[in-house]
Design a protein around this ligand. Structure first.
Ligand code: ACO
Length: 359
């Protein structure tokens, strides 16, 4: 059976948005018109949250009054989902309140979600006292203190740059999920919990760590060009290159490359050498395609610098996406229209129940 519906709704515009513009041809990503390069290193993540959600840098979030985690499963993603869904009694259905009240709920739920990630990542260690978390000058510093008990300034800046690049990217699966759930009038805890769930699958959220192995080999003295050529000779794809949307360099890779340079990350030189060798080799071997660096490549370097363990990669991405998800919630709620697309039926015609097991 065939249908005329593209699988995954690829390329089908299903909403209008004023939040973010991934500019595939121009190699740019703009949040409410502001290029992401102009934000990283200039303003903290919490101001980017405000820009995306309310078009105001001053509408910030903070962990200085963190919601204590009461649910602990040992799985950070599960703890985030359960924790934010469990805020229910502190939140109201979005159809029962005005925009400012929903914005207030989104601030509470976003900060709580980031706090749950930190508290869960801390594992069985005793919780960090709230007054120490409040010493953090930014949400990234507060997150590090809540997780590890202390915040290194450069590492906090690296998390901040990563969060800013990962804050929003149009209608991907988790953002679509957030909009669908928001369209029912559900409280924003239910919305963010559902969005985190849809981010947990391996096809969404990226796997920056895979890009690190060549960089580490080069950092340990191997020749970057030999490493790249050998990987391609083995028929492997070079992790961190090529992108389904961007046909030029992924602008987020540019931001994180600059972050690695600015913060003097130890693997910066090796990463730059591997990147140069990779682009040259891909140009030679695939002259008809533009295969440039994607966000995962430099995200790998940045997250390695902060010693982020693999189980925290996706939760950290979810922390960043609280901004994009929240922005889409406000945009969706303002439409006051529930999602109700139709399914084109392509199954069996009218038939007798006797035929069901007869095949
Ligand atoms: N290394 C080597 N060859 C590549 C690479 C790569 N990184 N990317 C594409 N190619 C080649 C393919 O082998 C293919 O060659 P062929 O035509 O001879 O078979 C050709 O380029 C086209 O490949 P497609 O998969 O059709 O390209 P598309 O643009 O659809 O794919 C994708 C994009 C999936 C990201 C791809 O470039 C890839 O696998 N990259 C490596 C994995 C990676 O970095 N993933 C993270 C993406 S970033 C993100 O999703 C947020």
């Amino acid at each position: 059976m065939t249908t005329d519906v593209p699988p995954g709704l690829a390329g089908v515009a299903v909403v209008e948005t004023r939040i973010a513009e991934p500019d595939s041809a121009g190699s740019n990503l703009r949040y409410r018109g502001v290029p992401v390069d102009a934000l990283a290193g200039s303003v903290p993540f919490e101001q980017v949250w405000g820009l995306l959600v309310a078009d105001r840098l001053s509408e910030t979030i903070s962990l200085s009054d963190m919601v204590p985690a009461t649910f602990r499963s040992g799985d950070i993603r599960v703890d985030m989902q359960a924790g934010v869904a469990g805020l229910g009694s502190r939140l109201r259905s979005t159809i029962d309140q005005d925009r400012d009240s929903t914005l207030r709920d989104l601030k509470l739920a976003s900060a709580a979600l980031i706090g749950f990630a930190a508290q869960s990542a801390r594992g069985s260690g005793s919780p960090v006292p709230q007054r120490e978390i409040a010493y953090g000058r930014t949400v990234a510093e507060q997150f590090l203190i809540a997780w590890r008990g202390e915040a290194d300034e450069a590492q906090a800046a690296a998390i901040e740059d990563y969060w800013i690049t990962a804050a929003e990217h149009g209608l991907n699966a988790s953002t679509f999920t957030a909009r669908v759930v928001a369209s029912t009038g559900a409280d924003v805890g239910a919305v963010l919990s559902a969005a985190v769930g849809s981010l947990s699958g391996p096809l969404h959220g990226g796997a920056p760590s895979r890009a690190l192995s060549l960089i580490e080999d080069a950092h340990n003295g191997a020749d970057p060009s030999n490493l790249v050529q050998a990987a391609l000779d083995r028929g492997e794809r070079l992790m961190g290159f090529g992108h389904p949307v961007y046909r030029a360099e992924d602008p987020r890779a540019r931001v994180l490359r600059e972050s690695a340079r600015r913060l003097r990350m130890p693997k910066y030189e090796a990463a730059l050498a591997v990147e140069t060798a990779a682009i040259e080799a891909l140009r030679e071997r695939k002259p008809d395609r533009i295969l440039a660096t994607n966000v995962d490549y430099w995200a790998a370097v940045v997250l390695d610098f902060v010693d982020i363990p693999a189980e925290l990669f996706t939760p950290l991405f979810a922390c960043a996406r609280t901004a994009g998800w929240s922005a889409h919630v406000l945009e969706q709620v303002a439409l006051r229209k529930i999602f109700r697309p139709s399914a084109k039926y392509v199954g069996e015609a009218d038939r007798s129940i006797d035929l069901v097991d007869a095949k």
